[in-house]
Design a protein around this ligand. Structure first.
Ligand code: DGL
Length: 277
């Protein structure tokens, strides 16, 4: 995959942390996969829980939050930025890239996934995502830029993020929301489903259960972590040192659910810090 922007890595070192951000717990699904694939890497995560959900916000607000967080992660000396949020990618990628101005690589959650789907999976594709992601049309445009024969149907599924942030996993409410959305006629003929919101992999078992073997559900966090690995390798920024990495979580509002999921994914030794930008 082509780089989004030319990077001047001369001033970067492999020991610097990777910066990851999302509106809330969703980006943890990406951060967890990064930890699994790249266990030596230090991570700084920003969860903008105060402004959640991004999916219902205007493009202007999403740009403002995303650029402020990116600025903060650059100040924390991050060697790469992972926009672990589809809504921020769909609405603010251009502005984030302009702010970063090639100082560090930027990895987003849409381009690596759409490229893989366009080249490797030749079926009817469904995308479920937030309202702000669906209205950008980026998934459709991006898949069809690579492969114009793929049919892409996108559906906004706004109730899933609040249900996940409330911790409603394996809960009748979430199951009712899932079957209501997935039975939408728009998704009737799909053979592949992209979870176009980083929160949704937290419900991947329920979603897979709904479809049985009929529909292939794409594991986006794994594709994104692989893309990050490739990019870091290319710029010789992979940390090969086997020491204990640190995981530092900044939150604009500390919520119980974030604490629970982050500790579940990263263990009890992580630091959660309140940070308003
Ligand atoms: N997890 C995010 C995404 O991938 C944002 C969800 C939201 O805050 O609405 O789109």
């Amino acid at each position: 995959m082509k780089d989004l922007i030319k990077v001047n890595i001369q001033e970067l070192s492999c020991h610097q942390p990777i910066g990851v951000f999302d509106s809330g717990v969703g980006g943890l699904t990406v951060a967890r996969e990064i930890k699994r694939l790249l266990p030596n890497e230090n991570l700084i995560y920003f969860g903008d829980t105060k402004h959640l959900p991004y999916g219902d916000k205007s493009r202007e607000a999403i740009v403002e939050y995303s650029t402020q967080i990116t600025h903060f992660l650059l100040q924390q000396n991050c060697k790469a930025i992972v926009i672990a949020c589809n809504t921020a990618t769909a609405n603010a990628l251009k502005e984030v890239l302009a702010l970063v101005a090639g100082r560090v690589p930027v990895i987003d959650v849409i381009n690596p996934v759409t490229e893989k789907v366009a080249y490797e999976i030749h079926t009817n594709v469904g995308v479920i995502a937030t309202k702000a992601t669906v209205s950008s049309g980026l998934y459709r445009k991006s898949i069809r830029k690579h492969n114009k024969y793929i049919k892409v149907d996108e559906l906004a599924t706004p109730l899933l993020v609040p249900a996940i942030e409330e911790g409603f996993k394996n809960h009748p409410i979430t199951q009712a929301i899932i079957s209501n959305y997935l039975s939408n006629p728009k998704l009737k003929n799909i053979e592949t489903l992209i979870l176009g919101c980083t929160h949704y992999p937290l419900l991947i078992d329920e979603i897979r259960q709904y479809y049985g073997n009929r529909v292939r559900v794409i594991d986006s966090p794994n594709i994104v972590a692989n893309q990050l690995q490739m990019v870091l390798e290319k710029y010789q920024l992979l940390n090969h040192q086997h020491s204990h990495p640190y995981y530092h979580f900044y939150l604009s509002d500390i919520t119980q659910n974030f604490e629970k999921i982050s500790k579940n994914f990263f263990g009890n030794k992580i630091t959660l810090e309140l940070k308003t930008l």
